[in-house]
Design a protein around this ligand. Structure first.
Ligand SMILES: [Zn+2]
Length: 183
């Protein structure tokens, strides 16, 4: 079947469906903004082009659609055929199933690779799933995100441990007595 749309039109339609500014991502951004957090979007210089980049916290946030990124879905090979487990928020269509299984598997692999690169470069990676952003769950989800941000911020700003010069290190009497007892 040929596409009725030009590549450019197709791109615009697709990016409206799952590109920048999709609803789940917007919810995360709005929550962060309301709580005083500032961020940048789709930063190309950061590996994996995370949805939200918070340099101050050296944290990259990905807001993942449950279907495209296979939330709770395990893809694996059984007798060299791709098998997949459905989850409550990611239901693989029965029609053309192998195609979808492979697509989701590839997405998962690409995600993992990006997370690893970020992690290796000292970034904290937070993945927020679409199903965690329902009106019922968003507050709890975002409070957890906030906790992770602040924990990482503290870890980043931990005072450096300056090694003592052995000659000048003061030895307390208690420590000396202790070392005698052990002999
Ligand atoms: Zn989900």
């Amino acid at each position: 079947m040929t596409d009725r749309l030009t590549p450019e039109q197709r791109h615009r339609v697709m990016s409206r469906i799952h590109g920048k500014g999709t609803k789940p991502e917007l919810k995360v951004r709005q929550w962060l903004w309301r709580h005083g957090y500032r961020y940048r979007l789709n930063v190309k210089s950061v590996p994996g082009k995370p949805d939200i980049v918070m340099r101050r916290y050296r944290t990259a946030i990905f807001v993942n659609g449950c279907f495209w990124h296979g939330h709770h879905v395990e893809t694996r090979l059984i007798a060299s055929l791709p098998a997949i487990t459905n989850s409550s928020c990611c239901k693989i269509p029965q029609t053309n199933r192998d195609f979808w299984v492979n697509k989701i598997k590839r997405n998962q692999e690409r995600d993992q690779k990006n997370y690893q690169i970020l992690h290796d470069n000292g970034w904290q990676v937070i993945v927020v799933w679409e199903c965690q952003l329902t009106p019922k769950r968003i507050e709890e989800t975002m409070l957890r995100v906030e906790l992770l941000l602040n924990e990482h911020f503290l870890a980043l700003h931990q005072p450096k441990v300056v090694p003592y010069d052995v000659q000048e290190a003061p030895i307390s009497m208690a420590a000396e007595e202790d070392s005698y007892k052990k002999r």
